[in-house]
Design a protein around this ligand. Structure first.
Ligand SMILES: C[S@@+](CC[C@H](N)C(=O)[O-])C[C@H]1O[C@@H](n2cnc3c(N)ncnc32)[C@H](O)[C@@H]1O
Length: 262
C-alpha cells in the first residue's frame, strides 16, 4: 500500500488566498506534518497553519506531527556544501516522519508557505526520497499563490512589461550581479537590502512589500534613489517590533520602450 503526501500551497499569509484545490486537499489528509525551521517567525507561521486547519478542515479529526528543521550551517564546506548537507538532513527528517507517523494507505498534508515550487525545498526532498528507492511513496503538488503574485497584485502592476522577460532571484545573487544587467527582477530572500547596489543611476524603480498579504503588510514604491532609506526604515521598524520580516521587491529599470508599452 502507498503512502501519499500532499504538498499544499497555502499562499503568503492571507487566509483568503487559499485556493479551492488547497481546501479540498486539506480535507483529504489523515495527518499534517508541521515542519518549521527554528528562528524567525516560527510561531506565527505555525499559528497561521493551525488557523487554516481550524477554518477549513471541518469536523473530521486529524493528527499532527511536528519536527524542527535544522538551520543551515553557514560555515560548513562553503555555501554549496552547506546547502547540500542541510538539504540531506531535512530529507532525512521528512523520511523519518513518514516512517513513524503514517500507516500504509494514509495521506499526509504539508501546508507550504506560498507555492511549493518557488524557493521551497520540499518537492525536491520528496523526489529524493522516492529516487532513493522508497516505492511505498507518492506525492501531489497543489499550487498556491506566491508572495511574488501577491506583491504585484498589491502594487497593482503587471509582473512583466510587454515583451520583456522577468527574472526571479535572491538578494545573494543581486549582491554579486552587474547592476547594469538588472532590468526587471523580483528579489526574494534578501536579508541585507541588496537593492542598495542599484542606487545612484536614477533609472530604477522599486516596488517593495513587507509581509504582503499578512496582517503587518507594508508597501513602498517609487524611484529607488528616493525611497531606499524609507524601505530600510520600514524593515528596521518591523524587525524591532516583532523580530523578523518577510519581504520581497521588484526592481524595474526605466527604459524608453517601456514608456510606450505602459
Ligand atoms: C523560502 S522563500 C518561500 C517562498 C514561497 N514559497 C512563495 O511562494 O512565496 C521565503 C521568501 O519569500 C518571500 N516571502 C514569503 N512570504 C512573503 C510575504 N508574505 N511578503 C513578502 N515576501 C514574502 C521573502 O522574500 C522570503 O525571504
Amino acid at each position: 500500500m502507498m503512502k501519499t503526501i500532499l504538498l499544499i500551497g497555502i499562499g503568503p499569509g492571507d487566509p483568503d488566498a487559499l485556493t479551492l484545490a488547497a481546501i479540498k486537499a486539506i480535507s483529504r489528509a489523515d495527518v499534517f506534518f508541521f515542519l518549521e525551521k527554528e528562528g524567525e517567525g516560527k510561531d506565527q507561521l505555525i499559528r497561521f497553519r493551525q488557523q487554516i486547519l481550524q477554518t477549513h478542515r471541518g469536523d473530521r479529526p486529524y493528527r499532527t506531527a511536528s519536527a524542527a528543521l535544522p538551520q543551515r550551517d553557514r560555515d560548513a564546506n562553503g555555501y554549496v556544501g552547506a546547502v547540500q548537507e542541510w538539504h540531506r538532513r531535512r530529507t532525512e527528517i521528512i523520511g523519518t516522519l513518514i516512517d513513524t507517523e503514517m500507516s500504509d494507505g494514509e495521506t499526509a498534508g504539508l501546508l507550504i508557505w506560498g507555492d511549493p515550487a518557488l524557493y521551497d525545498g520540499t518537492i525536491q526532498h520528496l523526489r529524493d526520497l522516492i529516487e532513493s528507492g522508497r516505492n511505498d511513496l507518492c506525492f501531489e503538488v497543489i499550487p498556491g499563490i506566491t508572495s511574488v503574485q501577491m506583491l504585484v497584485a498589491r502594487h497593482k502592476i503587471p509582473l512583466n512589461r510587454i515583451g520583456e522577460s522577468i527574472t526571479i532571484t535572491t538578494g545573494r545573487q543581486i549582491e554579486q550581479a552587474d547592476p547594469a544587467s538588472i532590468t526587471n527582477a523580483v528579489v526574494m530572500l534578501d536579508s541585507r537590502s541588496a537593492f542598495r547596489r542599484l542606487e545612484g543611476s536614477g533609472e530604477v524603480d522599486i516596488y517593495w512589500g513587507g509581509d504582503v498579504g499578512g496582517p503587518d503588510e507594508r508597501l513602498i514604491s517609487g524611484p529607488l534613489d528616493a525611497v531606499a532609506d524609507q524601505i530600510d526604515a520600514a524593515i528596521a521598524l518591523q524587525r524591532a517590533r516583532k523580530g523578523w520580516i518577510m519581504d520581497n521587491y521588484l526592481l524595474r529599470r526605466r527604459t524608453v520602450s517601456s514608456e510606450t508599452d505602459r
